[in-house]
Design a protein around this ligand. Sequence first.
Ligand code: ZN
Length: 511
Amino acid sequence: MAENTQKNQTERDLLRQKRRRRAKQKSLILRIVLFLALVGILVALVILLPKIMGGNGEKVILNPTPTPAADSSAAEPTQAVPEGPARTEVLAEAKRLAAQYDYDQAVAVIEAFKGYDTDEELVGEIASIRAAKDACTPVSVVGVPHVFFHSLINDSRGLIASATCTEDRVAKNNKAMCTTGEFKAIIQKMYDAGYVLISLDDLVVKTANADGSVTMEKNPSLCLPAGKKPLIMSEDDLSYYHAYGENGAQGYADRLVLDENGLVKCQFTDVDGTVKVGDYDMVPILETFIAEHPDFSYRGARPTIALTGYNGIFGYRTNDYYKEGPEGKDLGPVQQAFLRAHPEYDYDRDCAEARKIADALKAQGWTFASHTYGHRDARESTLEQLQADHERWKLAVGQFIGETDKIIFAFGADIGYVGGYTADNAKYQYYRKEGFNIYSNVDGNFGWMEYGTGFVRTGRIAIDGVTMYNAMTEGTPSHETFKKDYELLGITDIAGFFDKNRNPEYCRSES
Ligand SMILES: [Zn+2]
């Protein structure tokens, strides 16, 4: 490097000397020529000045680029016909939309492409999209199964007793959670069985009434090809609670983050302490799966995320109580300990990050539900307690995720029994006034649903350690019910993907 630089410097010096010598020789000749030229130029100026002032001549010669006015006919086609990639992208987008059963939109994308009608391949694509649409039949929105998961465990840390995982947490993780490996196997099996993810919103057609209420009717136009069946999915408690441990202590992700492309990923601390960004929970794993299997999502549908507020959301401590600091009277001992361990905590920064994640999730098709602020048992709580809880939820969660009309009851504890919410149900009337129309509990009865004029209710099947283990193990509580649920979901050979580090003693129990 240095040698080259020195060599170049010497060459430049020699060149400069040569130039100087030549310049001296030329100088004398130039002076004579210049004198003669000056006389000539003065004469020429008198003759040519009017033409130069008129703007012709030299300016045009020096600028060979045609002006738009001079050559607009040549410029237009190069701008208006997007060759190559644009056409490829149009075709790819149309195929993706058609794969996700959005046939009309797929055709519209092609028809918006200039010159499509003389393009044999594009015309053929429209014909095959229309044929695929014609082959679809309406699907009933009654009896649609709704499965739910919690945050996923990435390795065995949460499933076995260790220095970083208490016995109590080991029990809870074994019971209520799935690992990333189990989740991947399960969604593949449901996909293979023909299931297609729909949104809770796809169940109904909503009509706003003059009084601000909403009338719900069953969606009559959910159409799918033969062999495809609708499925609803949700993820509960996506807060990365303090109880899940820090820095991957139990194998959970630390928080949701955005990658360089603006996609929602997880930050995860690996066993060796390495901090990584990638597919370490349901959101990014499912996104990757849908990118590879677009027909798993009906018109871009994604699951619903059920959020409490007491520890904030997505791993960000957005509950305003944290502003009180480590001695805060509204904080529990675990929250106070968190603040003592993290003097760098900044409420406004966490809120800003959480808002970005919520916006990105919404852009990707995810929806949100209240899971109550305090993970409250809505059946046992009084109306006044639920009202106070919901006011807290709006502050800690609602202001970041925006409006939602969905509530997914914590513990699956619904505010009413089977038979629909009644006019004298004060809790229902309160939630309805607060804008909730879609209610979900937990119910082992496959595809349990109820429709009313102002609500739809769905019963959810927990996919977790207890139900997996009991479904595959004879003589366990509710074995037959869980076995049937899993079979109907296309989830067979559970033993083939059931995490080997699970402790069956914890999974065996009823809840
Ligand atoms: Zn929960």
